[in-house]
Design a protein around this ligand. Structure first.
Ligand code: TYD
Ligand code: MG
Length: 455
């Protein structure tokens, strides 16, 4: 039986059995169109048809399997971010700004994995082998049994990997790779996608782990690593500010471990060195207490990390005052400013506000809200917080200070680094926890009144 045609108004959605020039529902003219029922969309030949496929085995959820085998590089910052070492036959994407140190990190990682017994092939599409060797010499890695290749033709690379059968292949970078069956320039979305697809499928079939390097590009001239994020098991981003020596390797997706784990490195003349106690490093440049500086006790992945939040508030010469943020979310800053104004009556109108997370760290936790508010108030009132104080807590739009997770860990880390007082949400009782004096606040108004005597 032929399906009855349905006509629908594209303005208000009213349906009719026949076309008319004007919709009775909303009065619009010429808005009624025929709607094609779903079941007849597209010619029948384009579907899979009647031919049967093979049936696939299904299992239940209770079936247990051994955890995937892993290899440790011995660089503990790298191993932790990978979720406890490199998983066999996994596909990993390492993204980051050009020049941030991806090639350096992966060459050092390649050498360590090779020393741990893996057969490692490093393919560079950006530099000649001689250049990579020179870097290796500079890093003191020339003795490491890593096999080098300089090539961009994907077919040749896959043929080489087929004969060499490495345990780990590093492709630096995915944007320089070129698959000859795709008719577009290297670095275009379709080339990057095709190359990543070929490499990850090859890796899964042959039991080889593959690390793809991807440049993050702001101009959008070449396809960024985002287009291949869904194809790989693990996505790591290598971040840091150019002017700072700190580099942070962050896992944003990991099928084999926790996401949001970070590894901290320092770029030195001899390559990247691991930073096993990041809090001490992030706070090392801190001097006497200054207005606008507040130490936040944060959690990055499984580790507590202390960082300094710096704020500067100054009268603005512009009609539209500036709000500049480095290392934090600018929408979140706008929210904190609005809450301070609406709930505590502290206005920042006519004032420029600058906020910076010291050391080139990026913070995304809402637990930093209270530390940011404290830094802003401290800068505005020109009153420094005591030197031995850390702050954490989430601020809601109502002005309430909400409890955050892992309070104990945050306090312990602060205590370890010589802090004695913590300003925290109300979930904890006032008093002594983990050797720290805690001062609790239920809302922002109470906090402002008590700490800054304003409000
Ligand atoms: P690189 O690994 O080439 O960056 P990417 O592959 O992400 O583009 O690193 C480039 C920067 O690192 C370069 O500006 C110099 C610096 N660097 C050092 O400071 N020390 C070193 O030992 C090395 C190898 C590089
Ligand atoms: Mg590079």
């Amino acid at each position: 039986m032929a399906k009855k045609a349905i006509f629908k108004c594209s303005e208000c959605g009213a349906s009719y059995t026949k076309w008319s020039g004007r919709c009775d529902g909303c009065g619009a003219w010429n808005s009624i169109e025929e709607e094609v029922p779903l079941s007849t969309a597209g010619p029948a030949k384009k579907t899979l048809g009647a031919m049967k496929g093979r049936s696939i085995p299904l299992t239940d959820l209770g079936t247990t399997e051994a955890p995937p085998p892993r290899t440790m590089s011995g660089m503990s910052e790298l191993d932790r971010v990978l979720g406890g070492g490199l998983v066999d036959a996994s596909a990993i994407l390492v993204g980051g700004d050009p020049g941030i140190g991806k090639s350096t990190l992966l060459l050092q990682g390649a050498a360590r994995f090779a020393e741990a017994g893996l057969k490692v092939v490093y393919i560079s599409g950006e530099e000649a082998s001689a250049q990579v060797r020179m870097r290796a010499q500079r890093l003191g890695l020339s003795h490491a049994p890593v096999l080098l290749g300089a090539e961009t033709n994907l077919r040749d690379i896959l043929t080489t990997l087929e004969t060499e059968k490495p345990d780990l292949a590093i492709i630096d970078s995915i944007q320089t790779m070129w698959a000859d069956h795709v008719e577009s320039a290297p670095g275009s979305v379709s080339q990057v996608r095709a190359a990543a697809h070929e490499l990850t499928t090859f890796a899964k079939q042959r039991g080889m782990a593959v690390i793809l390097v991807g440049h993050v590009t702001k101009e959008g001239q070449i396809a960024g690593p985002r287009v291949v994020e869904h194809m790989v098991d693990t996505v790591l981003y290598f971040e840091g500010e150019r002017g700072h020596q700190f580099r942070i390797l962050r896992s944003v997706k990991n099928r084999f471990g926790p996401a949001d784990e970070i590894g901290v490195f320092e770029m030195t003349g001899g390559g990247l060195s691991e930073v096993s106690n990041p809090s001490a490093l992030f706070l090392s440049e801190r001097g006497e207490p200054t207005p606008g500086s507040v130490v936040f006790s944060g959690i990055e992945g499984t580790r507590p990390v202390l960082v300094e939040m710096q704020a500067l508030v100054a009268p603005s010469p512009h009609s539209q005052p500036r709000r500049a943020v480095v290392g934090w979310d600018s929408a979140r800053l706008a929210m904190i400013l609005a809450v301070l104004e609406a709930r505590c009556g502290i206005a920042f109108a006519g004032l420029d506000v600058y906020l910076n997370v010291a050391g080139g760290m990026k913070i995304s936790e809402p637990a930093a809200d209270l530390a940011v508010a404290a830094a802003l108030l401290s800068a505005r009132e020109d009153a420094a917080l005591p030197k031995d104080t850390v702050v954490f807590g989430e601020i809601s739009l109502s002005g309430a200070i909400r409890p955050v997770g892992q309070t104990e860990n945050r306090l312990k880390e602060a205590q370890k680094l010589g802090f004695s007082t913590a300003i925290v949400p109300n979930a904890k009782k006032d008093g002594d926890t983990a050797g720290m004096q805690t001062r609790t606040f239920a809302d922002l108004t109470g906090f402002v009144g008590d700490i800054f005597g304003a409000g």
